[in-house]
Design a protein around this ligand. Structure first.
Ligand code: SF4
Length: 377
């Protein structure tokens, strides 16, 4: 039976109806005061599923190189080797950066870099081994399916083998990045050199089958349609039904400023506030097999992030300490958020902030505010 009114659809969803992609498309198109009803339904589902706790992870991004084979058109970070500002750290520098992160008591180190054209599987093995040696207790969160595909191809091994070898040397969780929008016609416009949808899905499932969990991401607000967003969520939900390996959805709002896509007039100046909040809310309503929807303050800003927590979100992501990927694309203040400020945001909503691990185990103890941010390293 098709739902004639928005309210019937939301009521049925709260009663357990699994949204179809067509229905999600319709919800993404909500305008006017109806948007508050969609947010309220998502907020109610959030409350039922995970309660009133807002979580965050104490992590640090480490950028090793911005030299990238892909040069995605939505990205302001990746460069050619001879472009101004291109860098590639040696292992001694990586070691120093990891030591600094350790001094900040992080539980996760996120190696977030360009896909260097010369990297092989051995390059990733060396990097991960280096982090493992200096910080044996942290979760090493790195390598997107695109990086796995590239390293495996360059080294003449299967992606499964590459994943196994990386796990052996210390890979903790895989980055669910490079998903962007899992619709090949959109990928052909925004990231033509990245792996295709089928490869992304295959490698994520392989990782999950090995017990390597991952995030799931969606990068929206460029040239994708509402139906593309729904199709993307449909793919993620299907994978999660099969593997249960996703820890959370991380919606990544497109930052447009220094990107080819925007400069060539192929994309608007990012998502609007309505679109951001609807993305969080529809994701909460549609992804009935995900526990956590992360609100990425580095992409939407802290005020919008707080509203995101009222529209289905329950996690504020990481402290990060450094996010050149967002800064280079024109994101403001996207480098560090103190847990004390996260606490203020959560408590202002009557919710409680708790520190978590990468895989959402809650860490006992008080939230420790006021650490020294220092400069990006
Ligand atoms: S999004 Fe990632 S893969 Fe694409 S150009 Fe930027 S750094 Fe490279």
């Amino acid at each position: 039976m098709p739902h004639h009114s928005l309210h019937d659809l939301l009521d049925d969803t709260l009663a357990g109806h699994r949204l179809t992609e067509e229905e999600a498309t319709r919800l993404f198109k909500t305008r006017g005061r109806d948007i508050w009803d969609v947010f309220a339904a998502a907020d109610e589902l959030r409350r039922r599923k995970v309660g009133d706790t807002v979580t965050y992870v104490r992590n640090q991004n480490i950028h090793i190189t911005n030299i990238c084979k892909n040069l995605c058109r939505f990205c302001g970070f990746g460069r050619r080797a001879d472009d101004p500002g291109a860098f590639c750290d040696d292992l001694a520098t990586v070691r120093e950066k990891v030591q600094q992160a350790r001094g900040r008591n992080v539980t996760e180190i996120c190696l977030l870099s360009g896909v260097h054209p010369d990297y092989t599987l051995d390059s990733y093995i060396d990097l991960i081994s280096c982090v493992r040696e200096v910080a044996p207790e942290v979760d090493i969160h790195t390598a997107s399916p695109d990086e796995i595909a590239w390293a495996a191809e360059r080294s003449g091994v299967s992606s499964m083998e590459a994943l196994e070898q990386l796990r052996e040397v210390g890979l903790g969780t895989l980055q669910g990045t490079a998903a962007e929008i899992l619709v090949d016609s959109v990928r052909a416009v925004i990231c033509p050199n990245k792996c295709d949808t089928a490869t992304w899905v295959r490698i994520i499932k392989e990782a999950h089958s090995l017990g390597i969990r991952s995030t799931a991401t969606i990068m929206y607000g460029h040239c994708e349609s509402e139906a593309d967003r729904a199709q993307h969520l449909g793919i993620l939900r299907e994978i999660q039904d099969e593997t249960g390996g996703f820890t959370e959805l991380v919606p990544l709002s497109y930052l447009h400023e220094n990107t080819v896509l925007y400069q060539r007039g192929l994309a608007p100046a990012g998502a609007t506030g309505r679109e951001d909040l609807l993305l969080f809310a529809v994701a909460r309503l549609f992804l009935d097999n995900f526990d956590h929807i992360q609100i990425s303050w580095g992409k939407v800003g802290t005020k919008m992030a707080q509203l995101g927590l009222m529209a289905g979100g329950d996690d504020l992501g990481g402290t990060m300490f450094c996010d050149d990927v967002s800064l280079d694309a024109g994101g403001e203040d996207a480098d560090y958020l103190d847990p004390g400020e996260m606490q203020r945001i959560a408590e202002d909503l009557g919710r409680t902030l708790r520190q978590r691990t990468t895989t959402y185990d809650l860490i006992p103890g008080e939230t420790r505010a006021g650490v020294i941010p220092g400069s990006c390293a």
